[in-house]
Design a protein around this ligand. Structure first.
Ligand SMILES: Cc1cc2nc3c(=O)[nH]c(=O)nc-3n(C[C@H](O)[C@H](O)[C@H](O)COP(=O)(O)OP(=O)(O)OC[C@H]3O[C@@H](n4cnc5c(N)ncnc54)[C@H](O)[C@@H]3O)c2cc1C
Ligand code: SF4
Length: 516
């Protein structure tokens, strides 16, 4: 019988020394297994900042394991004989190490779960998968919540979680007398702009990160994204520092400016914590507890604390439940039968649409854009344009440093593209360029006019918005939440309708919006 009892698999987004996979870990009998493999950066084209973040955080976690005295088998990307995929590498290492069993915390990705289960089965080894305690809810909890409901809505799930975990509660009542303060959280900056914004937390690349950057530049040279401004937290200590900076410097204004966009200001009052959370450098509970404590100490308003906590205890847990209860068929969703290719400038930012150029530019530079930019700029354009949902998904999963499939897919395919036919969102998130004009000054620096739907200067988003209404009129008219928008179609005569369709076709042919 082998002397190695358990090989404990740790994936790049499971960097938590307290994870369930380590329960009962005995350094004399068990060993941790981690592997950097090219497939995780190529099954979708992972941007350079995203790949650097994962690899650097993994290598720092390997150091933390060594400090804890936990033996580790670590395979580097540039190691001779690297098998290139998690499944192939694991199969190879099982033969070499001969463990009696495999143990891991539940992975965040259906594809990885299936590949590792198949590898374990082929090797004839038991694979024990433990619940991920990082989250408040298990997938079983979510399934129980969803059972018997005609439709799912995040708000009801969120209220249940507030009560169950006693978050922002005063006895049985929600703190501040309301469950949701969203109505007070949708302001735009005035013409003078945001003024001074506390700078984001920056962590200068250390020797490990610099080494990874060089490796990624060389190995994935054709992948999009830049590394000059890479400053993401890659250790737990840095992630805790970033959390503290957010709570003390930006949370107070988070709620108010949550939806606002300002050109050249990517960070604003957001937390920039999704990557650290998704890599499990932070736990959801400690982030929520820090925000609630700031409110109880009178440092931030209930609007800001609730608005922030809803994103984590509500949305983040909810989308995970959707993902794991709907996969794998969820990935195939295409309720609007969208078939266009993603415009190539999504990978370069070479477009003259000022709002898209701004959001894509900062995405490629930092691997970051805030929620409204993702939903109401890049997501909105792809939805109105009619891009095939899988291509939109591959872009979001590739470009953002915080992208892991369980959280990215429901947000992209469901919330932003309505490809799941309304499971995530009660209506398609559609708007004309007027919405972007309201939330930002971007239209002022754009060759197009958001008020125009036809003609030379018509805003492509506005044109595509009307074309979308025309294309999906029957379906949209049945949805009471959007029927009012559809009624406006009655004002358009046939000539106007065909002018809209013609201009939309020209946009899709790349004759409008594309820069050489
Ligand atoms: C099309 C699209 C794709 C997205 N892809 C991802 C993704 O790959 N990874 C990811 O973590 N988030 C994703 N989101 C959700 C959200 O946009 C990001 O979590 C957020 O922008 C990250 O920046 P932040 O940390 O500054 O968040 P903040 O705006 O400061 O929000 C605080 C935290 O709340 C959580 N959160 C906020 N909104 C959501 C949401 N809708 N779903 C889940 N968690 C949420 C995040 O953990 C975030 O760190 C996506 C949203 C859209 C519309
Ligand atoms: S005019 Fe249209 S394309 Fe230009 S910035 Fe405004 S919304 Fe975007």
């Amino acid at each position: 019988m082998s002397t190695l009892r358990s090989l404990v698999i740790v994936l790049g987004d499971q960097l938590d020394l307290q994870a369930a996979a380590f329960d009962g870990f005995d350094p004399t009998q068990d060993r941790v297994w981690m592997a950097e493999v090219a497939e995780e950066s190529t099954h979708i084209t992972s941007s350079k900042p995203r790949t650097v973040l994962f690899l650097s955080a993994m290598r720092h976690f390997a150091q933390a394991l060594a400090q804890e005295g936990r033996p580790l088998h670590y395979v580097r990307l540039d190691e001779v004989g690297n098998r290139g995929s998690l499944a192939a590498q694991l199969a190879h290492d099982i033969s070499a190490l001969q463990p009696q069993q495999l143990v891991m915390t539940a992975p965040g990705d259906w594809r990885v779960l299936k590949a590792l289960q198949a590898t374990a089965a082929a090797a004839g080894l038991p694979l024990e998968i433990r619940d991920d305690r990082h989250f408040y809810t298990t997938v079983r909890d979510f399934a129980a919540h969803a059972k018997g409901r005609k439709s799912l809505r995040m708000e009801y799930f969120y209220r249940e979680q507030r009560k169950k975990h006693q978050v922002l509660m005063e006895g049985d009542e929600p703190a501040g007398g309301q469950w949701n303060f969203d109505a007070e959280n949708r302001q735009a900056f005035g013409p003078q702009g945001p003024g001074f914004v506390p700078p984001r937390s920056q962590f200068a690349p250390d020797a490990i990160t610099l080494e990874v950057m060089a490796l990624v530049q060389q190995r994935f040279s054709s992948h999009p994204g830049e590394l000059q401004s890479f400053a993401w937290p890659v250790t737990r200590a840095q992630a805790l520092q970033a959390l503290d900076d957010f709570i003390t410097q930006r949370l107070a204004d988070f709620g108010r400016w949550q939806d606002a966009i300002w050109p050249g200001e990517p960070w604003l009052y957001h937390a920039h914590l999704a990557a650290a959370l998704n890599l499990k450098l932070l736990t959801a509970r400690e982030v929520v507890a820090a925000a609630e404590a700031a409110w109880r100490a009178g440092q931030v308003s209930i609007q800001s604390a609730e608005g922030f906590i809803r994103q984590i205890l509500g949305w983040r847990e909810y989308v995970r439940g959707i993902y794991w209860t709907q996969m794998p068929q969820y990935l195939e969703g295409n309720a609007l039968d969208a078939k266009e290719d993603l415009p190539s400038w999504y990978w370069t930012g070479r477009t003259d649409l000022a709002c898209l150029a701004d959001a894509i530019g900062q995405t490629l530079q930092h691997g970051y854009a805030h929620h409204i930019q993702r939903l109401m700029v890049t997501g909105l354009f792809a939805l109105l344009y009619g891009v095939e949902p899988k291509q939109v998904h591959a872009w979001y999963l590739g470009v953002y440093v915080d992208a892991v499939e369980w959280v990215e897919l429901p947000n992209t395919l469901g919330m932003s593209q309505y490809a799941d036919g309304g499971l995530m969102a009660s209506k398609p998130y559609i708007a004309s360029g007027k919405y972007i004009e309201r939330m930002s000054p971007l239209c002022k620096g754009c060759p197009y006019d958001p008020a125009l739907r036809t003609g030379e200067r018509a805003c492509p988003i506005t044109t595509l918005y009307w074309a979308f209404l025309l294309r999906h009129e029957a379906m949209l008219a049945r949805n009471p939440r959007i029927a009012l928008q559809v009624k406006n179609l009655a004002r358009l005569d046939e000539a106007e309708r065909s002018a809209i369709r013609e201009r939309a076709a020209a946009i899709r042919r790349g004759e409008i919006g594309t820069l050489a």
